[in-house]
Structure formats: structure tokens, C-alpha cells
Design a binder for this molecule. Structure first.
Ligand SMILES: [Zn+2]
Length: 288
């Protein structure tokens, strides 16, 4: 699932394709469920509106239109948003014809993604926790978020606590910070919290610089085929999907376990596990 760097890469491709300033002439909804939850009159209301800006909130992509309209996109598993010459792809669920002849397309093979058109984006956007790349996000912000008895990995995966992190970048950040994912958030001392704040920002910025992480054999599942950007961050991962390989810091083999129902990658030496607590298990999985 795309995380903050992948969504940010999509945002960058939309900016590069000069989407801001374009007018929507017509919107075609090819799969109703993709737009479920939208304001009822959106299809007619969008006609003739200009796209005035774009931004990202956590893993959400937001297009701002005139008259207070917003298009909020959650890519989920395989959603894509891009500008194309024709909307002839069978997996396109929403296509907005622009005045310059191109189409703003929402493509979603697996239909888990959502494209919400609304005049009131605040109920959705306000549910997303602070953005780790916001200028105001620092060590003290993170310290406030960690004031919880929850385990640190599930806490960081919770989009209402902090916006944008998913399984890949949480594992990477925790390795850089030398914090075990099963530690209780409140158990981190100030040095560890400072390291974690810096690590989170580092892995996300590196992810953006590398055009996101592509997993599996095909092209990045968050970018349409044939685009100019090719994700390369998969070549820079230190622990994620590196089970059995030596830790880049100490040489100990990386192990894979399950934390919060998610495959979790750690260095057993750099990230010592907390004392086991009944009711929590970290199941060891053989190297990949
Ligand atoms: Zn290590």
C-alpha cells in the first residue's frame, strides 16, 4: 500500500503534469463505489470548475477546486491518479475531461481506493494525525504522540496518531532509531525519541527523493506505466524484506516477526526486544 513517500511522488507527478490551473469540463464516473460518500450533486457541480491547488495530508491526496470543492483520493492498495491523453484503460474508475483535451484519471485495478468529492473536507482531513514532514513536526511533537501505553509500531501505524507512515517506513525508521517495535511508546527515553523523530523524517525524505518504494516485479503500483519517474527506494531499504541478510550496522542477520498482524523486520542486536509481556507474541518467521 502506498505510504507518504509514494503519495508524495504521485503529487509531484501531478504538479509536473501542470494540473493546477486546468478546468474540468466533464466528469465520468465509471465505477460508482469509487466515489461513494461524495456530496450528491458533485457530478454537475464540478463542471467548469478550476483546479486551484494540490496537497497531501498523510497518505491522502487532495485536489482543491473552485467554490470550496475538494477531491480527496485514498489510493489504498492499487489506486493511481494521473493525467492522460485518453481514458481508454479498462481500470479507470473516474475520468475528468480537462479544457486542454487531457483527462484526470483515477485508475484502480482492485477497487479498494476512494475518490471523494466534497465541499467539506475537514471531517476527513482532521482525522489524520500530524504530518511528520510538516515544518512544525519535531522531537517534541513526537514526544507528545508517544505519551501512550501502546506499543510503538502499532502506534506509528495509526493514521489518527501520525499521518503517512505504513509498514515499510515504520520498520525502517525503527531500525535507524534502534528501537524495537514492541517497546511501549512511553518507555522511549528522550535520546531514543530524538533519534526516532530524526529517523522518521530521514526515511520519508529519502523515500520521496527516490521516487517511492516499488515492491514486487512490476512497475511501481502507484504510478501509471510509461511515466517518467521510476521508483528506486527499494534499493535503499535497510531491514524491510531483508530477513536473513546482515544488518548494515552490525552484521547480525535481520529477522522477520509479526507485530500488529504485520510482517516486521528488525535487527535483534541493534533493536533489543523488551521483556515479554503476556498476551503479546512476536512470532519468528524464517528468513525470506
Ligand atoms: Zn544490527
Amino acid at each position: 500500500m502506498p505510504e507518504l513517500p509514494e503519495v508524495h511522488t504521485v503529487l509531484n507527478t501531478l504538479i509536473d503534469s501542470h494540473l493546477v490551473g486546468r478546468w474540468i469540463l466533464e466528469s465520468r464516473i465509471l465505477w460508482e463505489r469509487s466515489v461513494s460518500g461524495s456530496d450528491p450533486d458533485f457530478e454537475t457541480a464540478l463542471t467548469g470548475l478550476q483546479i486551484t491547488s494540490l496537497f497531501r495530508r498523510g497518505k491522502l491526496l487532495v485536489l482543491v477546486l473552485e467554490q470550496g470543492w475538494h477531491m480527496i483520493v485514498h489510493l489504498r492498495m492499487a489506486g493511481m491518479v494521473y493525467v492522460a491523453g485518453t481514458p481508454e484503460d479498462p481500470y479507470i474508475r473516474v475520468a475528468c475531461r480537462l479544457e486542454d483535451g487531457r483527462f484526470l484519471c483515477f485508475r484502480d485495478v482492485r477497487k479498494f481506493g476512494r475518490c471523494l468529492f466534497t465541499r467539506d473536507p475537514s471531517p476527513i482531513l482532521n482525522r489524520v494525525g500530524p504530518d511528520p514532514l510538516a515544518e512544525t513536526f519535531d522531537y517534541q511533537t513526537l514526544q507528545g504522540l508517544l505519551a501512550s501505553r501502546r506499543r510503538v509500531k502499532p502506534l506509528l501505524l495509526d493514521q489518527t496518531v501520525i499521518g503517512g507512515l505504513g509498514n515499510i517506513y515504520v520498520d525502517e525508521a525503527l531500525w535507524y532509531a534502534r528501537v524495537h517495535p514492541l517497546r511501549r511508546a512511553t518507555s522511549l527515553n528522550s535520546r531514543e525519541t530524538k533519534r526516532l523523530a530524526a529517523s522518521i523524517r530521514y526515511v520519508l525524505l529519502q523515500g520521496i527523493r527516490n521516487g517511492g518504494t516499488r515492491l514486487g516485479g512490476g512497475k511501481g503500483n502507484f504510478l501509471p506505466p510509461g511515466g517518467a519517474r521510476e521508483p528506486t527506494n527499494q534499493h535503499h531499504l535497510r531491514v524491510f524484506q531483508q530477513a536473513g541478510r546482515p544488518c548494515p550496522r552490525c552484521g547480525t542477520p535481520i529477522v522477520k516477526s509479526v507485530v500488529a498482524q504485520r510482517g516486521t523486520h528488525t535487527c535483534p542486536r541493534c533493536q533489543p526486544a523488551p521483556v515479554p509481556v503476556p498476551g503479546w507474541s512476536s512470532t519468528l518467521i524464517l528468513p525470506e
